[in-house]
Structures are given as C-alpha cells and as structure tokens.
Ligand binder design. Structure first.
Ligand SMILES: Cc1cc2nc3c(=O)[nH]c(=O)nc-3n(C[C@H](O)[C@H](O)[C@H](O)COP(=O)(O)OP(=O)(O)OC[C@H]3O[C@@H](n4cnc5c(N)ncnc54)[C@H](O)[C@@H]3O)c2cc1C
Ligand code: SF4
Length: 504
C-alpha cells in the first residue's frame, strides 16, 4: 500500500540535513484527529505536510507479543501517569496512525444525549458541530471505515461468554461495532493487526492523504508552533536523526492527542487561561475469571462484545482479549498454584469496565518537557468503579465462571459464588487505594467553546490567541463521552477540516 507513495514518505531516522518545506497546511499527529484533517485538506487540493513522531509500521512487522508491542508502539511503554488520589497510567500509541493502530477497533457514534449536554452548556456549538452535521460526518466515518457489528463466527468464547452472562441477568448487551474489513479474529488488535484488517488510520485515511499528494514525515517530532503577530506560520520539528525540519504554512493543525497538543501550545508560548485545564478520561478497571471450558481469550475479535445496559450510569463493560504473556503477568499465585494457573491459561477470561468519570484534571509541561497530568477521582467516580466491578463479577459468575478475581485490594482475592458481592458496598469503602485503573480515552485539554475565558478554541476549532492555528483531536471535546471515542474524534475532525476550508 505504501510502496506507491514512496516519493511522499520521509523517514526521520534517515534525515540528517536541515530541511525547509512550504505547504498550505501542516498537521501534527497522524491519529484519528490528524489523519482525517490531512486527508480532507489534501483531498481539497491543499499542499499538506503531516508530521508524526512514531514510525511507520507495515502489518507483517507488528510485534506478535504484547510486551514488545508495548515497548515499540505505545508512548512511554504505555505508562504516562496521571498523578492524584489514585495514580492512573494513561495509555497512548505512538506510530503512523496514532493510537488507532493499537486500539480495540470499537466504534461508537457519539450518543445524542452527550451531544445535548454539550449544547446545553454552550448553545453556540450548534453552528459548527450541530447534530445534523455531526450525524452526517459519523455516517461517513461508518462507511469509510467499514464499521459493522462483530459476527458470531469471529467472536470467540471470551466475547460470547459476556453476552451469555448478561443475558442470564437481563442486562442489555450487543456485539461490538468495529472498524474492520475481513477480520479473522486473530486477537491482536492491541499489537497492531498483523494482516491489516483493522481499518485504522494507517490503512485508510493516511494512504488516501498520500494519494492526494500529502507529504508524511514520520519518526519526526514537532517542537513548537511558529507564529508572529497573532498568526500561525508553521511548525519547527526535529527528525529522529537530529536534523531541523521547518514547515512553513499559514494553517497549522495540532492533532498530537489530548496530552501533547496542549503541551505543544505551552512550548510555543501560546498560553491561554484554560489551556490544559478540564482534562477528563474514562478510567478502566478489569476483572479476570476462570471457566471450566477453554476460553483462549487471545483468540477471536480482541474486543467483540459489550454490555450497554449501564451506559446511562456512566459504566460500559467490554470483553478484552489479552495476549498470553499479559494474562500470565496478572496471576497472583506462586509455587505449584502458579504452575497450575500457567498450565491452564486457556481457561482464563478478562473483561473491563470503562467509567465516565466526572473528575476534571489538568495537563502542564513537567520540568522534563513531558506532560504532567494531575487527576483525582471523585467519590462518585469511585462509586461507579466499585459498581462496575460488582456487575462484571456477577455477569462472569452467571456465565459459568468457577472463580472470579475482582482485583480489589484488601477484599476477597477470589470468589466462586455471587453471595459476597451482595456485601461489597458495606465491606469496601470508596477509597482510591482499593482499586487499580488505567485510562485509554483522554479528552478536553483544549476545549471548543464560545467563551474565550473557558475555551482554548472558538467553536470552529481555531485558537483564540492565534489566527490559522487549529486543534483537531480529543483535546477539543467539551467533556468525556462515556463511550469509545474514535468515531466521534474522526467525525469532529471532518468538521474541523470543513471549517478550515470554509475560511480558505
Ligand atoms: C489500548 C487502547 C485501546 C483503545 N481502544 C479503543 C477502541 O476500541 N475504540 C475507540 O474508539 N477508542 C479506543 N481507544 C482510544 C482511541 O484510540 C483514541 O482516543 C484516539 O486514537 C485518539 O485520537 P487522537 O487523534 O486524539 O490521538 P492519537 O491517536 O493518540 O494520535 C496522536 C498522534 O500524535 C503523535 N504526536 C504526539 N506528539 C507529537 C509531536 N510533538 N510531534 C509529532 N507527533 C506527535 C503521537 O505519536 C500520535 O501518533 C483506545 C486507546 C488505547 C490506548
Ligand atoms: S481481531 Fe485480529 S484479525 Fe481482527 S482486526 Fe484485530 S488483529 Fe486483525
């Protein structure tokens, strides 16, 4: 796929000489936010340069084991920490295609009730991201990325058991809608699909942008936005081989993700009262369980089934297939019991709950120039985490698990029947140290809005401080969404590109 575009591809690990590019637009970051804008602007005839810090991977080169994938494809080995009452690893990808390369392919439209919340807070957003325009953009995403429900033949037992347990308890559930084409259920979405079946940005919008003559500099890091007299002028970057790259363009689009887009604004001395404020995420908690029959959670669609009946409580449960090495690393046993657990890994299952946390935190540069994130869960958030664990454990036992490991510090390590779960609320106080969480969905650090004191960007994605500077990634979201965000990010990015073109 990339051979045809070799003239437009520049590997920063080989670029050793200072270089200047002229373009109509420069886009930083090639995840869902950046790839979409690059594709749309290039498709409209603009000369586009796309800069990405990560390297370009071809499907056959993706690491098969999760540990190597973590080291190679995940930013900071998947462990940028949010510091607060419970330290939470914030997981992000770093590759051409951004986090879409290593995500679970779950594709959710932005729920209309969340959109209504946004507009109730700021009715001016109707002009740029009104429901009709957003719905049309989401229709387009669904068609472009082949989004469809996971068929039973590639679900695999880990997914089907979640449906079975939820059915037994009468909780609404469904096969997950995923952006895949010809998926064979190889269970490796989070290491990069080895056969290219996941319709991530590296398989879709980036090649399309290149076909429209966009130029991609990968293994290249943007250092700051160039600007003068309140106008954006381009990007100063450095290649992995150490050469300066200067891209001069009147339109600059930051899409480096919800931690790195605000960081770039800080580094460019483009301060704003609410820059980096309002950070939100979906902390995720997981449970494991053992079934009497083989589950082989590493087979089937990595994430193929979900419980949707608790979404209005801010809890969404998903099956989550891990690589065997990851599963083994989570076992708590030792000695002969550990030997037995490892010999019987085929019987283990893992599910997770994503929580729509109400807490808001902040991102600022650390003394090392990396994102320093502060974020503390509220009592309400801890309540949802505890409830999510309880419901997951009940579903797992209802699906036939012989043992469930709820992962709550200082409580039952292992449950074989649901009776103790009835006492969970009395026995486990809402103390953050009782729980383990990580977050993969990050939002809201350069928000859109009509009030320049509260929002970094105007409703049309343009910076309040700098003309020609736009942000197009999960940073712009007014809040978290309670559902997996990539479809919404891509849809908003289409609207961002439209706004840029309408100003041209
Ligand atoms: C393990 C995992 C599973 C997930 N599963 C799902 C899922 O199934 N469904 C879903 O909807 N969402 C999922 N997500 C979340 C989703 O993938 C992200 O929300 C989405 O990719 C964010 O898009 P983005 O464009 O904002 O940022 P990213 O996709 O993170 O892209 C930002 C890009 O910018 C690059 N960058 C950063 N700084 C610089 C710089 N200075 N110079 C150059 N480049 C830079 C980064 O390397 C990165 O490639 C998952 C996330 C993770 C971590
Ligand atoms: S489940 Fe496997 S085949 Fe399907 S998209 Fe993910 S990695 Fe590719």
């Amino acid at each position: 796929m990339y051979e045809s575009y070799s003239a437009n591809l520049f590997d920063g690990s080989l670029l050793k000489k200072t270089h200047t590019e002229q373009a109509d637009a420069v886009v930083v970051g090639s995840g869902p936010g950046g790839a979409t804008v690059a594709r749309d602007l290039a498709g409209a005839g603009l000369r586009v340069v796309l800069i990405e810090e990560g390297r370009l991977w071809l499907p056959q080169d993706f690491p098969a084991d999760a540990w190597t994938a973590n080291a190679e494809l995940y930013r900071n080995v998947g462990a940028t920490l949010a510091m607060g009452n419970l330290p939470i690893p914030l997981v992000q990808g770093c590759a051409v295609g951004g986090t879409s390369v290593i995500n679970g392919a779950i594709s959710w439209r932005l729920p209309q009730d969340i959109h209504q919340e946004w507009l109730a807070t700021d009715p001016a957003l109707e002009q740029s991201i009104g429901w009709t325009a957003l719905s049309e953009a989401m229709d387009r995403v669904e068609s472009d990325l082949h989004i469809h429900p996971t068929p039973p033949e590639i679900s695999g037992p880990n997914n089907l058991l979640l449906g079975k347990g939820a059915d037994a308890l009468g909780i609404a559930h469904r096969p997950i809608y995923r952006n895949v084409k010809g998926c064979r259920g190889l269970g490796r979405c989070m290491q990069g699909c080895p056969e290219g079946h996941k319709m991530s940005m590296d398989r879709t919008y980036i090649p399309e942008a290149l076909a429209h003559n966009a130029r991609l500099f990968y293994s290249t890091t943007a250092l700051r936005v160039l600007h003068q007299d309140g106008k954006a002028q381009g990007i100063q970057a450095i290649t992995k081989a150490g050469a300066n790259l200067r891209v001069l363009a009147p339109r600059v689009v930051l899409a480096a993700g919800a931690l790195h887009s605000p960081l770039l604004l800080w580094k460019s001395r483009l301060r704003h009262p609410s820059l980096g404020q309002g950070f939100q995420c979906h902390p995720g908690v997981g449970i494991t369980g053992r079934f009497p029959n083989p589950v082989r959670m590493w087979e089937g669609a990595t994430q193929g089934h979900e419980v949707i009946g608790l979404r209005h409580e801010g809890i969404k449960i998903e099956a989550l297939g891990f690589d065997m090495a990851f599963v083994a690393s989570r076992l708590k046993s030792f000695g002969p019991a550990l030997t037995d657990d490892i010999a019987n890994l085929v019987f283990w299952s893992n599910w997770g709950a994503a929580i729509r946390a109400e807490a808001r935190g902040s991102v600022r540069p650390s003394w090392r120039g990396q994102p320093h994130v502060r974020f503390s869960l509220t009592q309400n958030d801890l309540f949802k985490i505890r409830r999510g664990i309880r419901v997951m454990a009940e579903i797992m036992l209802a699906a036939g698990a012989t043992a469930v490991y709820p992962g709550i510090y200082g409580w039952h390590d292992k449950l074989s029947d649901p009776a103790p779960l009835a006492h969970l609320e009395q026995e486990v106080p809402l103390h953050p140290k009782r729980f383990n969480a990580l977050a993969t969905h990050l939002f809201g650090t350069c928000r859109l809005g009509s009030n320049p004191q509260l929002a970094v960007l105007d409703p049309f994605f343009q910076s309040y401080t700098t003309q020609g500077l736009f942000v197009s990634d999960a940073s712009v979201f007014p809040s978290n969404t309670g559902v997996n965000p990539q479809t919404s990010i891509i849809a908003l990015a289409h609207l961002c590109a439209l706004a840029i073109l309408q100003r041209t």
